[in-house]
Every structure is written in C-alpha cells, then in structure tokens.
Design a protein around this ligand. Sequence first.
Ligand SMILES: [Zn+2]
Length: 425
Amino acid sequence: MRTVLALLAGLALLLHPAAAPADGPQATYVLRVPAPIGDSAQRLLGLGYDVVEQRDGTDLFVIGDAHTADRLRADGFQSTVETRTPPSPWAPRSVGDATYYGGYHTVTAHLAHLDEVAAKHPDLATVVDYGDSWRKTQGDGGHDLKAICITRKSPGDCALTPTAPKPRLFVMGQLHAREITTGDMAWRFIDDLVASDLTAMLDTVEVWVVPIANPDGVDIVESGGDTPVLHRKNAQGTCSAGPRGVDLNRNAGSHWGEAGSSSNKCSEVYRGPRADSEVETQALQALWRNLYRDTRAPGDTASATPDTTGVVISMHSYGNYVLFPWGWSTQKTGNDAALRKIANDMAAQSGYRAGQPGELLYNAAGATDDWVYDDLGVPSFVWEIGASSGSCGGFLPLYSCQRDVHWPKVRSMLISAMKATHKPY
Ligand SMILES: [Zn+2]
C-alpha cells in the first residue's frame, strides 16, 4: 500500500532559496523512511530531517534533495523515493498582490480582509494588532501580527482581559507557513461567521481568528507565486545550508528542547536559541494570557478546574488528524478524558483520527497547543487538515479543493469547537 505524497509531484517548485546551490535549483524528493513510533521516529526528528506531519503505518516521510537518501543511509535509515519533483522556473503571482497559486490569499490580502470585515460589520467584528513579526521589528519589511475578534458585541466583549463575559474560541492558521490550506480555512471561517447561520452562535460565543500566525514565513512561501516555496519556519536567523528560521511549533516554553526538536539552525524543527525566543511566539502567548484565565496549577499531572472555558485550535496540514496534549510525550494530561472526548467529537465531523501526537505520529515538544494547556489549562488542539494523497492532499492542494473538500469538514469541526467552549471539562 502506498500513501503517495502525490501533490508534491508536478506542482511544487519546492525551492528553498537559501538551500539552492549557485548553479540553480535542484529536484526535490519525498522519501519514505521506516521509522516506527518510538526511538526510531524520535531519532529521525532529532537528526534534523524535514519530516512531514504524516505517518503511514511504520513509515514517516522526509523532504529532501538528491543527497538526502545518502545522509539517511549514513544515519542508519533505509529510504525509498516516494516522489521526485523536478525544478521548475520561477513563476509570477496569479493576480497582482492579492493571490497566488490559483487563489490563495497573500499576507497583505489577509490583513486587508480583516479590516474590510470589521468595517462592514462593526456590530460583530474588531481587529486587534497583537505585535510585530520578526522582520518588522528589524525595520526590514514584515507585518503587524493581527487577530480579529468576532461576536455579537455587548459591553465587555472583545476586551483584552481574561474576564470577558463570553467563552472564547481561538483559531489560528499558517503558524507553519507552507501549510497554506490553513490560512484559507481561517478566511472562510471569518466570512461565514459574519454572514451565515453561524452568526446566531455569536450571541453566546466570542471567536478570535489569527489567519496568518507567521507572516514572515508566508511572505517567503508566496514569493514563489504559482509555485509556492515550501518554507515552514519564521524568517529569524541564518543558515548556510538549508532554510532559515525557527520552527514556531517547537519554540514554546513547555518542555522546550525535548523530543522532536533540533538545536541545528538549519533544521526544519529548529527550536530556537531558548524557550519562547521568537517575537511571534511571545506575541501569541501574551494574547492568550489576555484572553483566558489560568485555571491549572503547574506540573505535568495537574488538572484544569471544571469552570475552565474556551478552546484553542492551531490549524496545520496534513494527515487528517485531531491532536491534543501532551505532545512532548505520550504521558496523559490531568484532563485526558475530556480532551479525548472533545477531539473525538471533532474528528467525528470530519472522518479524521484523534489522539496525542505520540500516539499517531511522533512526540514533539515546544508546540503551542502544549503551552496553552500547560500554562492556562485551556483545551487546545492541532488539526492536521487534508489527506496525504490525491489532488486535494499534501501541502499544496488545488485551490478549488478548499471550498469543495476541506472547508465542509473544517466548518463542521469549528462548530463542534464553538460548542465545546462553554464547559469543556
Ligand atoms: Zn504544521
């Protein structure tokens, strides 16, 4: 049985500019690597390979170039070529500065969209600037970090205080820049919240959406135009032989530096020089602390109190999973039964599988969902949206897949998440 990462073939330029040799772009390979859950999978991650967030039985998948199979062999791993994507010429953006790759919205368009929705629906929506991206802090381009709060506004709603009256659902996309499905899901959610049957739910729930949590990274992705660059990390730092940046889903200060992350700056799972080192991480954490009460004592086994409200979703791709803490190990949280039930309810809407990362994929420490639950006690989930194969699978689905395939499933899961905010435990 083959779980082919077919979408990578024939679609992606897959060109990391920092990795390209002087003589031009190289072909990109997806390699199937036997690495069962446990020591083998953790060692593969620890060595800094670009491991896709997807598993097929005992196999994981590694993105690399013509030399990656040799490196794997030297490190004691077998591999077979799953797909090989030849280099293709640089392509222009589809339509001006608004979209790329058949309709995906640029960072600039996403930020403008938030302002447009708020201007058109002042009774429902408020835009909040919660920080600056790394490049903006350096005066070198970059973007404001922006969220939109959407609810049927009453006094106290959308205030940056954890004691606001309504329970809160927080949803973010593109923390991993190349997971372009997730930004599009955020866009559609915002539009539906202000103009569909979902609006009625806003009487009792407050929704916060960050469509692009890593705008510097997405700038790199969209710089490839109709052949997006598969950049995962932010844009901080340098690397002479690989992609620059810090993996914002390994940087958070909950068991930071442990399993499934790397100290190698060139690794796709580079965790940064210290816990919470990145401005994008710090800004998200400050925002979450302003939105949610802390209902959980420190430590790995404490339970959050039964009066906890709210849910936090970090959207990723791909693999069709609903994941919940802990991710740093398969140890159970103090709220395991409730988290598992909420995850199963979400998964029942979409046909996804639910479990801890280490149960379904591999252990990974320093993820934002672990941090949210660890620091605040709020139930937090990662959705790995989309299959690994087919024209709607992989990192770069055809744009039409968003409306026709992914959105109906994600919309149902979002409704499930909104309902869970009232009394998750
Ligand atoms: Zn991801």
